[in-house]
Ligand binder design. Structure first.
Ligand SMILES: *[C@@H]1O[C@H](CO)[C@@H](O)[C@H](O)[C@H]1NC(C)=O
Ligand SMILES: *[C@@H]1O[C@H](CO)[C@@H](O)[C@H](O)[C@H]1NC(C)=O
Ligand SMILES: *[C@@H]1O[C@H](CO)[C@@H](O)[C@H](O)[C@H]1NC(C)=O
Ligand SMILES: *[C@@H]1O[C@H](CO)[C@@H](O)[C@H](O)[C@H]1NC(C)=O
Ligand SMILES: *[C@@H]1O[C@H](CO)[C@@H](O)[C@H](O)[C@H]1NC(C)=O
Ligand SMILES: *[C@@H]1O[C@H](CO)[C@@H](O)[C@H](O)[C@H]1NC(C)=O
Length: 398
């Protein structure tokens, strides 16, 4: 009720700080950045990003990436495999063990089978997804997929980067041939978001996505990574009278507010408190909310409401869908008052226009929310950007 301004600015800075700390802390290595220094691997690097393997690699410790140069990648690409099949092939090139060049040349008994991310993904049938590493004559090291009839079709070229014992990047002469990894796969583009939502107790939400026309925006974002927070049917049922009161653009913004255009596993949400942009975000500090841990729970806070993740309806990277126990009410549309109601909408115009209306000094706000709002208004966008930039620069220098 009587919060002072200094702690409040600290409160605003902390989520940013935590976001930054956790992104440097949990990502001790960044495969994209490591490979970016080597233009020979630009195609390989590009496909690690496209297939989302890069983020999986960054999340793991004790890993070895068998990189191939652009020429080797073009022979893989000339096979015209689907992106999801390419993902399987490349995941066979990520060994879930650390092999520095020294260890590679000193394998016990001269040969080893090592597990890969393809094997760990569950996409590999049976016991396939292993790579055979064998010390050959004259100090050469051969590599072959276990399902390649004993043929070691690639050899060690050079070490690209070694961060013992977190990540080792090694160049091999060509892409490993593996009939199992190259078998056609159905990709997540086959995922039907509204069908998934309907089956998981979020039919009302799915129907609203379709009737409002924003389902396409959600679908277009799946391939690049999408996290959806769906208020379950019971939750949304009680909210419908207020939903119906919104203009069409406001309805669209409210629904888009329930999606963020990146894949965020529960683990990632738990380890990164901070402000997130949503599909409704249009410009800085608009339609965003704060992810905040509450013990083992993950809460989503807007200035108006705090919702809780109550379950996972689907988690198949690049798409993850969580159930939540409250409708997320953006401050741009709803007032931060004890009995919130839709902001008056004098004209049916773009959400941006409505937002500025709702952003006008809210004299009738009470209690904590008044303090929050005034505090937030005191820190203008420019200052926030400066603060964030200086934090970035600070950490960059460290
Ligand atoms: C390896 O990863 C751990 C955990 O993220 C980190 O603490 C450590 O500093 C990393 N080692 C190197 C050499 O970067
Ligand atoms: C890794 O590095 C790339 C290129 O520098 C950057 O775009 C990306 O955001 C980084 N990823 C993480 C998780 O830090
Ligand atoms: C190496 O070979 C010996 C003798 O064949 C065997 O007993 C041992 O288990 C092997 N070690 C490994 C790591 O395969
Ligand atoms: C690896 O492949 C070589 C060549 O086919 C074979 O001789 C060796 O037994 C294999 N190693 C393992 C551990 O299966
Ligand atoms: C997704 O499923 C819904 C039924 O929930 C269906 O009406 C729609 O046509 C499907 N969309 C696609 C692209 O398959
Ligand atoms: C709908 O909006 C009107 C006018 O702003 C308001 O009086 C009414 O209480 C609202 N109804 C609901 C259910 O929020």
């Amino acid at each position: 009720m009587t919060r002072k301004v200094p702690p409040l600015s600290v409160m605003l800075a902390l989520p940013l700080l935590f976001l930054f700390l956790s992104s440097t802390g949990t990502h001790a290595h960044n495969i994209t950045r490591i490979l970016a220094k080597h233009p020979d691997f630009s195609t390989f690097n590009h496909y690690l990003t496209l297939t989302h393997l890069a983020s999986e690699i960054n999340r793991r410790l004790t890993i070895t990436v068998l990189a191939v140069d652009n020429a080797a990648m073009s022979s893989l690409l000339s096979k015209h495999l689907s992106l999801y099949t390419i993902k399987n092939v490349l995941s066979l090139h990520v060994l879930v063990d650390y092999f520095g060049s020294k260890k590679l040349h000193q394998i016990t008994n001269g040969t080893a089978l090592t597990s890969t991310m393809f094997q760990a993904s569950g996409s590999a049938p049976g016991s396939s997804g292993y790579v055979n590493i064998t010390n050959l004559k004259a100090g050469k090291v051969g590599f072959g997929a276990e399902d390649n009839d004993g043929k070691l079709d690639a050899v060690y070229v050079k070490s690209v980067a070694e961060i013992p014992y977190n990540i080792s990047v090694i160049q091999i002469s060509q892409v490993l041939t593996s009939p199992e990894a190259e078998a056609p796969t159905a990709g997540p583009s086959a995922l039907n978001l509204t069908a998934i939502l309907s089956k998981q107790g979020c039919k009302t939400f799915a129907d609203l996505l379709i009737s409002s026309g924003v389902a396409s925006t959600f679908n277009e974002n799946i391939d690049g990574g999408l996290t959806v927070f769906c208020p379950t049917d019971t939750v949304l049922g009680g909210f419908m009278p207020r939903y119906k009161n919104l203009t069409a653009p406001q309805k669209a913004s409210l629904l888009l507010f329930h999606g963020i255009p990146v894949y965020q596993s529960l683990q990632m949400l738990k380890s990164s408190n901070g402000v997130v942009n949503t599909l409704a975000t249009d410009g800085a500090n608009k339609y965003d909310f704060t992810v905040q841990n509450d013990g083992e729970e993950v809460t989503l806070k807007t200035k108006v409401v705090t919702a809780k993740i109550t379950g996972t309806a689907k988690d198949e990277e690049p798409l993850v869908v969580y159930k939540i126990n409250k409708v997320l009410l953006p401050r741009e549309l709803f007032k931060a008052a004890p009995t919130p109601r839709p902001a008056p909408a004098p004209k049916a115009e773009a959400p941006k226009g409505d937002a500025s209306v709702a952003d006008a000094p809210a004299g009738d706000d009470v209690g904590d929310q008044t303090a929050d709002k005034n505090g937030a208004a005191g820190l203008d966008g420019g200052k926030l950007v400066m603060m964030f930039l200086s934090l970035c620069v600070g950490f960059w220098l460290v």
